[in-house]
Design a protein around this ligand. Structure first.
Ligand SMILES: *[C@@H]1O[C@H](CO)[C@@H](O)[C@H](O)[C@H]1NC(C)=O
Ligand SMILES: *[C@@H]1O[C@H](CO)[C@@H](O)[C@H](O)[C@H]1NC(C)=O
Length: 391
């Protein structure tokens, strides 16, 4: 903790502006090695030194010399440090080479976190709250067909293997949706800006233009809602569902599954006090406020405190649910209903994302101070998920 504080304070003194401008080239003070100024978590070389506990004086010096700024909007201290990650160290070491067309598994197999799910790219940069083109490649949009033959996105989800998308029960069983005559039609994968096709970005510095392949719209073969989910219930217990796609998807840099918390310790953890990422287009039953995929960080609440807040309504939450967000920065508005609450963690040198929650409900309007969003706790439903998957 001491080291983190010291680094952060130093960072403020050096350069706070770097945080705002995103993709910034930098040079380490003593070694003069050039690199990219990125969050320390995204630079495994330095992150592991920091995480190793007792850096040597030389390592401390190297960390100090390489710090290039600080991001203030990230909450956990370690999230705020920007480091000049040398080009020579930015390739992923000690992990199997990752190819875009990674092998897909059968529909009844969940990828393991040392395999092909939850990958984060080494070059990923945050620019404000809009995501990079290839960030969170498991994010799915559920497309509904309306009686006037128009289509709309009204829920989100997460790709969990080559054939299934995890979403919320209320996205499929909901009287508001069925009274309006909306029919779930397909799942969109590989989307970034819903107003453009294809999606392209131009790098700030070099002017280099990168385009993603066209998004995929895949029809839904089967809708699997948790048997104990009660449509329109106040408490939204068991608010979880799976969608089986009509065909297997191939993985690319833009279409890729997220990991599920399969290990026992991850499954049973309540994650209270953890910082989580949410991402999406902010879609709800009422529309799609953002055309571009957004992301933000939320903190997980103590369940008991959250239960107390909601009890007056009267909404009774239990430990199959979890609460996060509500610090009044419109944070809960940036995820999608049915979309994942994501834990970013480390497996060796590789950063991995896990879907630990499914967005269930929140205060209306969203983003109210002191009112957290409620999520279905995925760990509680791993057995259910595994039972439902078919090859
Ligand atoms: C998304 O696409 C629309 C329409 O082409 C465009 O006006 C908008 O600027 C795009 N958003 C971003 C962040 O690129
Ligand atoms: C939560 O409540 C529901 C409904 O009473 C019950 O089926 C479920 O087992 C409870 N879960 C936990 C973890 O207490």
């Amino acid at each position: 903790m001491m080291l983190l504080l010291w680094l952060t304070i130093l960072g403020c003194a050096i350069n706070n502006a770097a945080a705002q401008s995103g993709n910034v080239r930098c040079e380490a003070k003593s070694s003069k090695e050039s690199g990219l100024c990125i969050p320390i978590r995204e630079c495994p070389y330095f992150f592991d030194i920091l995480n190793g506990g007792q850096p040597t004086p030389a390592q401390r010096q190297q960390l100090a010399d390489s710090q290039c700024g600080v991001v203030n909007e990230r909450q956990a201290l370690v999230e705020r440090i920007l480091i000049c990650c040398p080009d020579s160290k930015r390739s992923i070491q000690g992990t199997p080479a990752r190819s875009a067309e990674a092998q897909t598994e059968a529909g009844n197999v969940l990828p393991s976190s040392n395999g092909s799910c939850g990958w984060v790219f080494a070059d990923r940069i945050y620019g404000g709250t809009a995501t990079k083109l290839d960030e969170f490649p498991w994010m799915a949009l559920l497309q509904y067909k309306k009686p006037n033959n128009k289509f709309g996105f009204h829920c989100g989800g997460a790709l969990i293997n080559s054939r299934y998308v995890l979403t919320a029960g209320h996205c499929l069983a909901n009287s508001q949706v069925s009274q309006l005559g909306w029919q779930l039609n397909s799942v969109r994968l590989g989307e970034w800006n819903t107003s453009t096709a294809p999606d392209c970005v131009t790098e700030l510095g070099s002017g280099k233009r990168t385009c993603a392949p066209a998004h995929l719209d895949i029809e839904v073969e089967q809708r699997i809602i948790h048997e104990l989910y009660v449509a329109d219930s106040r408490d939204r217990l068991h608010d979880i569902a799976l969608l089986r796609l009509k065909r297997t998807v191939s993985y690319t840099d833009y279409v890729h599954p997220i990991c599920l918390p399969l290990a026992n310790d991850m499954r049973n953890r309540d994650y209270e006090g953890y910082a989580m990422d949410i991402a999406g287009w902010g879609v709800t039953e009422n529309g799609t406020p953002s055309s571009v995929k957004l992301t933000t960080t939320v903190d997980v609440w103590e369940l008991e405190r959250c239960q107390q807040k909601y009890r007056a309504y009267p909404i009774n939450l239990n430990s199959s649910q979890m609460c996060a967000g509500g610090n009044g920065k419109m944070d809960t508005c940036q995820g999608d209903s049915g979309g994942p609450l994501m834990l970013r963690t480390h497996e060796g040198m590789q950063e991995i994302y896990f879907a630990v929650g499914v967005t269930s409900f929140g205060p209306n309007p969203c983003g109210q101070q002191d009112w957290p969003g409620v999520y279905t706790r995925v760990g509680y439903f791993i057995n259910w998920i595994q039972q439902k998957l078919q090859p």
